[in-house]
Design a protein around this ligand. Structure first.
Ligand SMILES: *[C@@H]1O[C@H](CO)[C@@H](O)[C@H](O)[C@H]1NC(C)=O
Ligand SMILES: *[C@@H]1O[C@H](CO)[C@@H](O)[C@H](O)[C@H]1NC(C)=O
Ligand SMILES: *[C@@H]1O[C@H](CO)[C@@H](O)[C@H](O)[C@H]1NC(C)=O
Length: 425
């Protein structure tokens, strides 16, 4: 088996030439050999700017995964259209994990660390078995968040756990262990239990005996619980994960700051961000069931939710079921942790002012706000180009109107023109 793969790779290398980086360049031949081994492939087009931005990151990913069985590759879809069609590529770049007939599109942030972790995780079985107590320490050090199953590996809880481990494998790690391995370390409430480990703390899934007997209810409840618990206490919130966060059915508490191109923020913003992070870290047992904290480095996304230009740093709380949002009345910079917690309790008790939402007038206003922001930003960045982009069509339009409405005048002028030429002659 391994020989065959090596041979294919050799043929491949001869066919398309391996570039100086560790990234394999694939051609149409890939369709025939994609079933062999584990592939992490970037489908790109040379003209696409996002693809070019990904290029150096992708080279790093390939370098890091070089010693693993995962082959990191790329396909130029403009040259090898058949591959793009075969894998149903609809946008560039598309990053896909391919293992035999199994395919999964990577949708996370395109940063090296996350992509490497994703590929490593996807190349393993969805649930990995842990047989030594020492390994738990290793897991704690290396994964900010992971899920664990404790107990005998049969029965309804185990069955449902494995279903969801497969479903959420693209997002997080799942392990299984006996009660013996963790009974001193974690003090599980039962011989059989499911937990999530997050930053020095384990939280157990609460299942009463009625739930354990109703398989369908257990399926739905465990699914919701895993989805709600799979985030760290204070993740960075971006366009790529905000929709996942909105599925948690918790309030999303966001510290909004503004990173520059080097991912730096001002001291005031840093202090504010640290203050908000401190709240969830010190009160996690009390708050984390109801509130998912996080921070946003790009105020544009927050502005579009709040439909106004927020000053940074700012505090924005989203109701993930209704999409309404809440903002403090006071200047967020001056708020103490106690004041923030009080504000959160007001929101939870539904006495804080509510803004926005997702009904159609709000959606229309949001569309209008986003269009206006885009235009303003374009104007600030490049007034000449903006004037051209919007001015030119307007110019043509007025010309067309002019020629339609005032055809006679134009005709008249045309008749006159030769005369003037003649006169000059
Ligand atoms: C633990 O087991 C008991 C009885 O077997 C059950 O009633 C209880 O709900 C279980 N708790 C958890 C967290 O699974
Ligand atoms: C559990 O739920 C998943 C969807 O989350 C579904 O695909 C699966 O068939 C369900 N399994 C059982 C045993 O109910
Ligand atoms: C959001 O708002 C609805 C309706 O006001 C409320 O029932 C729900 O508890 C709120 N919170 C979350 C986290 O969805």
């Amino acid at each position: 088996m391994y020989k065959v793969i090596e041979k294919c790779l050799f043929i491949l290398a001869v066919l398309c030439g391996v570039s100086s980086s560790r990234v394999l360049e694939l051609s149409d031949k890939f369709i025939d050999i994609s079933n062999d081994g584990v592939w992490f492939v970037k489908f790109y087009a040379p003209w696409c700017a996002h693809c070019r931005r990904l290029e150096p990151v992708w080279a790093h990913v390939a370098q890091t995964l070089y010693s693993t069985p995962i082959k990191v590759a790329k396909v130029d879809c403009t040259r090898f259209n058949a591959v793009a069609t075969h894998f149903k590529i609809r946008a560039y770049p598309t990053i896909m994990f391919i293992k035999g007939p199994y395919r999964h599109e990577y949708t996370g942030d395109r940063v090296k660390e996350e992509m490497v972790n994703y590929a490593l995780r996807m190349s393993q079985p969805a649930v990995q078995k842990v047989s030594h107590a020492d390994s738990i320490g290793y897991l704690k050090e290396n994964h900010p968040v992971f899920f664990g199953y404790i107990g005998k590996q049969h029965g309804p809880l185990w069955e449902i756990f494995t279903i969801h481990a497969e479903k959420y494998q693209p997002h997080t790690w799942f392990y299984a262990m006996t009660h013996e391995v963790v009974k001193h370390d974690m003090k599980p409430p039962n011989e059989t239990a499911i937990f999530v480990y997050k930053e020095d703390d384990a939280f157990f899934f609460e299942a009463n005996s009625a739930l354990l007997e109703d398989k369908e209810a257990l399926n739905v409840t465990l699914d919701k619980w895993i989805n709600a618990e799979r985030f760290g206490f204070f993740p960075k919130i971006t366009r790529s994960n905000i929709n996942d966060l909105m599925d948690t059915e918790k309030y999303i508490v966001i510290a909004v700051v503004s990173e520059n191109k080097l991912s730096e923020i001002t001291q005031t913003e840093q202090d504010f961000k640290d203050m908000v992070e401190g709240i969830i870290k010190t009160r996690k047992r009390d708050l984390h069931h109801r509130f998912q904290f996080g921070w946003m480095g790009n105020p544009e996304l927050a502005n579009s939710i709040a439909m106004t230009e927020l000053t940074v740093p700012h505090l924005l709380v989203l109701n993930s079921t209704t999409s309404h949002h809440h903002m403090p009345d006071d200047d967020p910079v001056l708020m103490t942790p106690e004041a923030v917690v009080m504000f959160l309790e007001q929101i939870h008790n539904q006495v804080a002012p509510i803004y926005g939402g997702n009904n159609w007038p709000v959606r229309m206003y949001r569309g209008f706000f986003e269009a206006r922001t885009t235009l303003t930003n374009m104007w600030r960045g490049n007034p000449v180009l903006t004037a051209l982009v919007f001015g030119l069509p307007l110019g043509f339009l007025s010309l067309i109107c002019y020629s339609v409405c005032c055809a006679d005048i134009l005709d008249a002028e045309e008749e006159e023109a030769p005369e003037t030429h003649e006169k000059k002659d």
